[in-house]
Design a protein. Structure first.
Length: 290
């Protein structure tokens, strides 16, 4: 098999996880474009370590054109990260956007040709221990559209434990994930971890938020079950009571938050479809004020 060059831009929790698995495939020539430098990439999971020493770059001037750019910064860092794209690209380079949200292509097409952008949904509990060192706490699933570029992206992970699923109905996949993530704003607002979903008042708010999200998602073409709010609340109740979602973690750490990508987009698309989203709107405004 011929080699494939890959540059991972943004090597935090998700980027570190993805890069560590990519480095296990001999055909992949993987480079890392980072903001904070490190020497080794370490992935910790189930008491085992995956270690790799790919090329680490801190300046776009060090970059070479690659077949794939994998973007795994937080969405609010996409603009700064886009400074890597020109030096990492040749005319056929594809950009896989491995971020939460439902508007990957729309967001990134400001800085990269939209016909070569592949949206990717990532599902894996993973956290950064220190620069270049991440801890994977469960199986990793990547879902992306079942197109030729999608299948080619999936083949980058051949033989690894990353579960890649090329799906026909990607719209439903990302809206299901947004239903799950949208409820997490209750944690970020109350500064209380997952266990708050056992509180009937918190559960009621989560339900309203998810119902609005699902209504907008259906208007966007997603197939979402009528029981999705119960499903989401059940998932939060089944998480370890002290687990903290990334919106909540960003607020605690005083970082920017992916609020536009999570609840803001529901308000924006709700307006477009004439669907009221008062619970999401209030949540967005309260977080902005906070
Ligand atoms: N963590 C999870 O369990 C999880 C699960 C599902 C989905 N997601 C989604 O995945 C995406 C990534 O999240 P994450 O948790 O991996 O975030 P993260 O741990 O904060 O990592 C983001 C990384 O991007 C780097 N970065 C920022 N600006 C950069 C730039 N201009 N050039 C190069 N690197 C830059 C940061 O550098 P520094 O090292 O300097 O901070 C950091 O290492 C988000 O959309 C998130 O919602 C996360």
């Amino acid at each position: 098999m011929s080699s494939v060059s890959i540059t991972v831009v943004g090597v935090g929790a998700v980027g570190g996880l993805i890069a560590a698995h990519l480095c296990q495939v001999p055909e992949n020539v993987t480079s890392l474009a980072v903001r904070t430098a490190f020497e080794r990439l370490i992935l910790e999971r189930d008491d085992t370590l995956l270690e790799a020493q790919p090329r680490v770059m801190t300046d776009p001037d060090q970059a070479q054109p690659a077949d794939w750019i994998l973007l795994s910064t937080k969405a609010y860092d996409s603009k700064a990260a886009s400074e890597w794209f020109e030096r990492c690209s040749h005319e056929g380079t594809r950009l896989a956007v491995i971020q939460n949200g439902v508007d990957h292509v729309e967001r990134l097409s400001r800085w990269f040709p939209r016909e070569r952008i592949l949206p990717v949904m990532v599902d894996c509990p993973v956290e950064r221990v220190s620069p270049g060192h991440v801890r994977q706490r469960g199986p990793v699933v990547l879902k992306f559209p079942a197109t030729a570029p999608g299948r080619s992206f999936g083949s980058l992970f051949a033989g690894t434990e990353v579960n890649c699923e090329a799906v026909d109905d990607f719209v439903s996949v990302i809206w299901w994930k947004l239903c799950l993530n949208s409820a997490g704003v209750v944690n970020a607002l109350t500064l209380k971890p997952s266990g708050i979903a056992h509180d009937p008042h918190a559960a009621r708010l989560m339900r309203k938020i998810v119902e609005e999200t699902a209504a907008v998602g259906r208007a966007e073409g997603a197939q979402l079950d009528s029981g999705i709010a119960d499903e989401v609340i059940g998932i939060y109740r089944n998480h370890p009571a002290d687990s903290v979602n990334s919106l909540h973690a960003d607020r605690l750490a005083g970082r920017p938050m992916e609020i536009d990508l999570r609840n803001g987009i529901i308000v924006k698309l709700g307006l477009r479809h004439g669907i009221p989203t008062p619970y999401n709107e209030m949540a967005v405004e309260l977080l902005r004020i906070a």
